[in-house]
Every structure is written in structure tokens, then in C-alpha cells.
Design a protein around this ligand. Sequence first.
Ligand SMILES: O=c1ccn([C@@H]2O[C@H](COP(=O)(O)O)[C@@H](O)[C@H]2O)c(=O)[nH]1
Length: 266
Amino acid sequence: MNRNSLIAEIKRKRTLLCVGLDTDINRIPSHLKASPDAVFEFNKQIIDATYDWCVAYKINTAFYESQGAKGWESLEKTVNYIPGTHFKIADAKRGDIGNTSDQYAKAFFETIPFDAVTVAPYMGSDSIKPFLNYPNKWAIVLGLTSNKGSEDFQQQHIGNHFLYEEVIRKTSQWGTPENLMFVVGATKAVELSSIRKIIPSHFLLIPGVGAQGGSLSEVCKYGLTEEGGLLINASRAVIYAGHDANFAKEAAKVAKQYQSEMQQYL
Ligand SMILES: O=c1ccn([C@@H]2O[C@H](COP(=O)(O)O)[C@@H](O)[C@H]2O)c(=O)[nH]1
């Protein structure tokens, strides 16, 4: 999906919501457990219940890889089930020497039709550039992550700046706002104002509202642009809103609440 189509969907639906399909086999309601592919069945019902309220889905590959070949099968079926109107993110945090990153890009952009994959910047330009060679596909670079461990490296000073600021500044030169986004945690909302000085128009993927306690209003206050410019992810808060046969209805309720709040800011 290209940038204009993503912006058009955000404006049309008045939402920035990205639903995270972090589907943990141990948290699937018991009535689905007998299904031949319980993970896919769960995802299918969550997608059917939430697609009106979001513009993107993020699949964290860890929840599928942990189940071996069967998990990968559920992942592929899920990606193919997501409507073409929605932006599809593989949260896989990849990145390696160039010829290996070529294979990662092929895996997530050709073999499985994701629009974007999250990448770790630590190995530098040759590890990220292979993801930028595909028209209408995106690399989403880890900028300032939502977890406490972001203090260990990302928030260390180098000269007058933080390491994450240097990473964002330098990495933004390897691509364009048409093929590069950055991850910034909702738990780091205030830092968004200095990040916006470095990258005023790039899209940001913002995880950390909901279960991690990040503030949606603060994220919008400091990060929103004229075009939206944010994909705000909630995983557990949406998909595990309910625990029984009504789980999809409960997920829809929470997704709709996020959309209602987001439309006030858009
Ligand atoms: O900085 C980061 C980068 C990625 N994530 C991922 O986003 C979701 C958040 O899930 P919640 O249940 O909404 O907390 C999950 O897949 C993380 O691995 C992140 O949280 N922070």
C-alpha cells in the first residue's frame, strides 16, 4: 500500500488504529480450541469484528513462530484474510547482512504479502536497504521503543543528542517518507515533539497504548501531523477484551472506543 492510499483510508475512516494480532494460543477462548486452526479462527473473528474501526493490522511473528510450522501457516492464512484496504505489518524486528536481509525482504514482501516489516537498525544501512527496494512496501525502523530497556542504549547520550535521535536522523536519509516509518513507543509520548523536528512527515508506528499504559491523547498531541502520520497499535487491550464466546464483540467495542477518541484528534 502506498502512502497516499494509507492517508486516504485514515481520513475516510477517521481512525489511526492498528490492531495487533498477538495471538497467544493459551489465551484463546476455550470454545475455539477444537477448531483445526484455532489461532486463525480467533484472528478471523477479531478481523471481522474490528476492520471498520482500524486502518492496519500488526502481526507479531513471535506468537506464530513459537508454534512451529503450524503457527506460520496460521500467520499466512491471517495475512491473506485481512482486507486489501488495510495496511499489513509484520512485527518481526529483522535486519542482517545485506544478502540475508534480501531473503527477509523476500519472505515478508513476496512470499507473504505484508505491506511493512519492522527492522532493527543496529547493523546499519546494508541491513535495511534491501527492505526499501520494493515499490509500495515499507521498512519500519525501531526508533525509540516502548520498553524500559530503551534506557540501556537508545536513551544514552552521544554528544548533545540521544542515540535514538541519531539513529532516526541517519536512517531517515536511507529512504523516504514513502517507504520508511519509525517505531516510537506511546510510553515515550513527550519525546515525540523532538522526534517530529527530525522527521516532520514520516509515519510513526506507535505501540504501547492499552496494556502498557501509554496515553493516546499525549501521543496525538505530540505526534499527529496534517496527514495523520501515526499508526497507533493496541494488541492485548483489543484482542483480549473479552474471554468467552463474546470475545469478538468485546474486541469490537474497544476498537470502536479507540476510533471515537482518535476521530476527535483528526
Ligand atoms: O517498542 C515497541 C515495539 C514493539 N512493540 C510490540 O507492539 C505490541 C504491543 O502489544 P500490547 O499488547 O498493545 O502492549 C507487541 O507486539 C510488542 O511486541 C512494543 O510493544 N513496543
